[in-house]
Write a protein that binds this ligand. Structure first.
Ligand code: NAD
Length: 292
């Protein structure tokens, strides 16, 4: 059984750490926020004294933190304490450039590293059904794979350092755009006098079908259960979608990629968040479009 330290015990990190502990690993957690440490301790997780202290005793350190700046700051604390040959896995969603920096920092410290952002949200974290998109060396991936298996249902090795984050933002940019396309069509159908369930029946088995229609339809009472059926309670909050859309635009700018729809979709989610709807599910953007 491995000695694993888990840093960042928020909505995602705590259930992921708990699943590793349940599988029999020796897991020690840490979070900068006392309330998060208390909640984790109450949930039965062993809590350490600092980011550096939990790294000292670990074979594997997993990070689940808010952004690239924090990830790099925590990595600095952790890498000076981690034994050589151990593995650092960053599961946070961060910018590609910080992810690449992290691999360089780990390499200089003689530590293996993986960027491994996830898809699946809080439900996937609790249920151990996340999908991991992983960047880093084959050696590092082989060491990390058994732990991805516990926390998730699938881990795809996407390529060198940074490719996990690249895959994540490409996927989420597509999702952000396709949700708006779906909302536009359903809102227009209503104005045309077309029943939304008829539109669902057609589109879900036609060329317009996509995850936003088939699995996560933004209209209440249409298709399988989705946040729309629960008053648009997130789900995947619009503020998190905006974070990922912003990361996609940052990455697009860095390589001069043309993403005109990505850019426009980012603006629409920003308007929704600026109107105070950042806590709602991102599919509630249908209300924003309906208002126009
Ligand atoms: P969260 O805010 O609930 O958790 C982050 C935790 O990191 C907090 O408890 C915070 O106190 C802690 N933290 C911040 N700075 C720290 C530091 N210097 N040292 C130690 N701990 C520190 O966020 P979350 O929803 O758990 O998301 C975590 C990551 O996962 C983010 O990058 C997010 O984009 C990504 N993600 C979230 C979801 C989701 O549905 N929530 C889905 C996929 C990916």
């Amino acid at each position: 059984m491995a000695k694993i330290s888990f840093i960042g015990l928020g909505n995602m990190g705590l259930p992921m750490a708990q699943n590793l502990a349940k599988a029999g690993h020796e897991v020690t957690g840490f979070d900068a926020l006392p309330a998060a440490r208390d909640a984790a301790a109450e949930a039965g997780l062993k809590i350490g004294e600092s980011n550096a202290q939990v790294a000292e005793v670990a074979e594997i350190v997993i990070l689940m933190l808010p952004n690239g700046q924090i990830v790099k700051a925590v990595a600095e604390e952790v890498l000076s304490a981690l034994p050589k040959g151990s593995l650092l896995i960053d599961c946070s969603t961060i910018d590609v450039s910080s992810a690449k920096d992290l691999h360089k920092m780990a390499n200089s410290a003689g530590v293996l590293s993986l960027d491994a952002p996830v898809s699946g949200g809080v439900g996937g974290a609790a249920g151990g059904t996340l999908t991991f998109m992983v960047g880093g060396s084959q050696d590092a991936f082989e060491v990390g794979a058994p732990y991805f298996e516990i926390m998730g249902q699938k881990a795809v090795h996407c390529g060198n350092g940074g490719s996990g984050q690249s895959a994540k933002i490409c996927n989420n940019m597509m999702l952000g755009i396709s949700m708006i396309a779906t909302c536009e069509a359903f809102a227009m159908a209503e104005k045309l006098g077309l029943s939304q369930s008829a539109l669902f029946d057609v589109v879900s088995t036609s060329s317009g079908s996509c995850w936003s229609v088939n699995t996560y339809c933004p209209v209440p009472g249409v298709g399988p259960q989705s946040p729309a059926d629960n008053d648009y309670k997130a789900g995947f909050a619009a503020a998190l979608m905006l974070k990922d859309m912003d990361l996609s635009q940052q990455a697009a700018g860095s390589v001069d990629a043309a993403t005109p729809l990505g850019e426009h979709a980012t603006q629409l989610y920003k308007q929704m968040v600026d109107e105070g709807q950042g806590g709602a599910d991102f599919s509630a953007i249908i209300h924003h479009l309906n208002k126009k």
